[in-house]
Design a protein around this ligand. Structure first.
Ligand SMILES: *Cc1c(COP(=O)(O)O)cnc(C)c1O
Length: 392
């Protein structure tokens, strides 16, 4: 048998990594192996290593191989970088933190972390003895000051952040974390692996909510971990099975189908977002626009360096305060009023009252006049028309 070729270009990887035609039938997409257990050929005689679907399932394996290759094609081909699929982004995070941290340990987290991540640290893991310190990740000195060498297990990075789209320097933070003996974790949900590959910039573990861009169609909840170091990957895989929050076969299949078109979707998300940003910047009712692709935006040069493009998330402040921002959300028709992001359809929301309501009164509180958009794939002229009428 000759070795299969190693594809490294993103579009090709997305369509083929982990997706060899099915050995039994030639099916060109991995079938949904909706099964819990597998017949053994004599005790311990496993076919392809499959024993029980929490431990291993061919549909999930296909997705996991693809996820690893999307974040690090060469490492995945070498068998060192591994992907793991979970029932949700938060299930992936919980598994990761309980695998690599211990009671008495400590994490540095973004001071504008995703609300669910913050809640996991503050309300769940704190009770099990894992401390955390929020830090402004755009300030390297603040990150270094928040690290407690010898005690800090992980530095947790989100970039761009939600909802203010701040950009953190992954390579620089990796150095600071590693110098103190901590692992660097990057939640790559907002950028997706098409726009940013943190493992290649020095991160140890990438986290995804595959619910968002990777799935891309607002029809599945899922999460992922991808790790580069075989020892860390093995520890995560052990905990994935031992804790059991795995992605089911159909959910795995949906995420894998979404991943196939990630590159073309992201290109259009980015292109539509740019047109909308231009419109917002020129609009008299808009006070401030947050998007890493704006030349004056704090993260612009860094985003250009570590991202392929600037993404499909846009936030802006509306003159007239909270009620004006809420009104814009309520008046939108084509933009669907709803939480989540990264789907083909455009969404609009008021972070202060919706996604970020739980952080009111904490250092993570967001401006009350802020509106967040997840720019979708509708015709951009229709999106512009809807936003114009919503802004009044
Ligand atoms: C949605 C999201 C999560 C959590 O993922 P779920 O799939 O909802 O559990 C984590 N991080 C970011 C940045 C997210 O947007």
């Amino acid at each position: 048998m000759t070795e299969p070729p190693v594809w490294t270009r993103f579009e090709t990887v997305a369509l083929h990594a982990g997706q060899e035609p099915d050995a039994a039938t030639g099916s060109v997409v991995p079938p949904i192996y909706q099964v819990s257990t597998y017949k053994q050929d004599g005790v311990g005689g496993l076919r392809g290593g499959y024993e029980y679907s929490r431990s291993g399932n061919p549909t999930r394996d296909a997705l996991q191989a693809c996820l690893a290759a999307l974040e690090d094609p060469l490492g995945a081909a070498a068998g060192t970088t591994r992907g793991m699929a979970f029932a949700s982004g938060l299930a992936a995070e919980d598994t990761l933190l309980r695998a690599v941290c211990a009671p008495g340990g400590h994490a540095v987290i973004p001071d504008d972390a995703y609300g669910g991540t913050y809640r996991l640290f503050a309300k769940v893991l704190a009770r099990w003895g894992l401390d955390h310190t929020p830090a402004r990740l755009t300030d390297l000195d603040a990150v270094a000051a928040a690290i407690e060498p010898g005690r800090t297990n992980v530095v947790w990075v989100e970039t761009p952040t939600n909802p203010l789209l701040r950009v953190a320097d992954i390579a620089a933070i990796a150095e600071v974390a590693h110098a103190a003996g901590a692992l660097l974790v990057v939640d790559n949900t907002f950028a997706s692996p098409y726009l940013q590959q943190p493992l290649l910039l020095g991160a140890d573990i990438v986290v995804h909510s595959t619910t968002k861009y990777l799935g891309g169609h607002s029809d599945v909840i899922g999460g992922a971990l991808v790790a580069r170091d075989p020892e860390i990957a093995e520890k995560l895989a052990y905990h994935q099975n031992a804790m059991g929050a795995v992605a089911g076969p159909f959910d795995s299949w949906l995420v894998l189908r979404g991943a196939k078109t990630l590159a073309v979707r992201m290109d259009r998300h980015c292109a539509n977002a740019k047109v909308i940003v231009e419109m917002l910047l020129a609009h008299p009712k808009v006070i401030e626009v947050f998007y890493p692709g704006i030349e004056g935006h704090d993260g612009y040069s860094l985003a250009r360096k570590q991202m392929r493009d600037f993404g499909g998330m846009v936030s802006f402040r509306v003159s007239g305060g909270e009620s004006a921002a809420v009104e814009v959300c309520n008046r939108a028709r084509l933009f669907t009023l709803g939480e989540s992001l990264g789907g083909v359809e455009s969404l609009i929301e008021h972070p202060g009252r919706m996604t970020h309501a739980s952080v009111a009164g904490t250092p993570l509180e967001v401006p009350a006049d802020l509106v967040r958009l997840s720019v979708g794939l509708e015709h951009v002229d229709d999106l512009i028309a809807d936003l114009s009428q919503a802004l009044g």
